[in-house]
Design a protein around this ligand. Structure first.
Ligand code: RUB
Length: 330
């Protein structure tokens, strides 16, 4: 039987599921907030009871959305530290405090990574550039805003990103900073691409072979960018790199409900029509010029080096359960 959780934790999980909270980086940060709330509310009387209940909360939060690896990597970051402390024999009070600290550490390092990528990525934005972006990536936005802060004069084409229209959020965030923005429908991307100088997008996952998983439509944009000889930059913190892909696991692509695409009533009238709504797609490494991480710019083919450096060269299930963002790495 699934244990029950407080209304705060249940609401937080629900907000992620229903996409009130969304975007890979934000999902990771909010998920560890869930563990922090668990710790502050826990009434466990023994370290073992705490560890068991912690695992319940961990699994509950893990099940909210399936694709973005920032979610398991963020949760693992906290769990790894709780496990280490548990094995050292810490008492419940210490374990609770440590959980809250670990969650704060993850959030701080995540925000620092986004800022750092912005600083590195902005160097690639030049005066007069026309940049295209897709969906709503805080990392891509941080890069563009940083370039604006540095006084660069460029404009951005934002795809609306059906069916949830996250592009509107991006358009607003950029326009609010004084960046000239043109909002287009997704299917107009190829029409505009010959005028574009570079594409920048975020990522939900970077796989061992350097592919990225990002909002549905990203791979189409990357393909037409290649056709038009336009560079494609991906901004991704190292906690978006997926260790389980080294072991051959495939990334699960989230399927969203049909009524995101067409209202239920209208679909009823379309007899014999089925709607399929995958939320993400996979862009292969040969369509990506570079991945910008907080550690620097890498070709997508070097993704494996980041993973091996973090998890060791004989990566196994044990290491995958660890985390990509140990405190000392930051
Ligand atoms: C959001 C999306 C974003 C990545 C990167 O999808 O695909 O491009 O998550 O975002 P959804 P960030 O709206 O379905 O969550 O750079 O903010 O992590």
């Amino acid at each position: 039987m699934m244990p029950s959780f407080s209304k705060e934790i249940t609401k937080l999980a629900d907000d992620i599921k229903t996409m009130h909270i969304r975007g890979a980086a934000e999902i990771g940060r909010v998920a560890v907030d869930g563990l922090s709330i668990f710790a502050s509310q826990s009434k466990a009387r023994s370290p073992q009871a705490y560890r068991d209940q912690f695992e319940g909360a961990y699994q509950f939060l893990l099940a909210t959305r399936p694709t973005a690896v920032s979610l398991p990597n963020a949760l693992r970051y906290v769990r790894h530290r709780v496990d280490t402390a548990f094995k050292k024999g810490m008492d419940v009070g210490e374990l609770r405090a440590l959980t809250i600290r670990a969650a704060e550490d993850f959030k701080r390092s995540s925000l620092e990574a986004v800022k750092k990528i912005g600083e590195i990525g902005s160097k690639r934005i030049k005066n007069g550039d026309l940049v295209m972006t897709h969906c709503n990536s805080s990392v891509a936005i941080a890069t563009l805003i940083q370039a604006k802060r540095e006084g660069k004069d460029f404009s951005v084409i934002v795809t609306e990103t059906r069916p949830r229209f996250q592009g509107r959020l991006t358009a607003k965030a950029l326009a609010d900073k004084g960046i000239p923005v043109t909002l287009i429908i997704d299917s107009a991307a190829r029409y505009f691409m010959p005028k574009v100088d570079k594409v920048i997008v975020g990522a939900d996952v970077v796989t061992a072979n350097g592919a990225i998983v990002n909002k549905i439509g990203t791979s189409q944009i990357a393909l037409i960018a290649k056709e038009a000889r336009v560079r494609v930059f991906v901004g991704a913190e190292t906690y978006k790199f997926s260790p389980s892909t080294v072991l051959g696991e495939l990334v699960e692509i989230e399927e969203r409900p049909a009524d995101e695409v067409i209202p239920k009533k209208e679909l009823k009238n379309l007899k014999g029509v089925r709607v399929v709504n995958p939320s993400f797609d996979i862009t292969p490494p040969d369509l990506i010029d570079v991945i910008i991480t907080e550690r620097g710019v890498i070709p997508p083919q070097a993704a494996i080096l980041i993973l091996m450096e973090e998890f060791g060269w004989s990566i196994g299930e044990e290491q995958v359960g660890k985390t990509l963002v140990e405190e000392e790495d930051w």
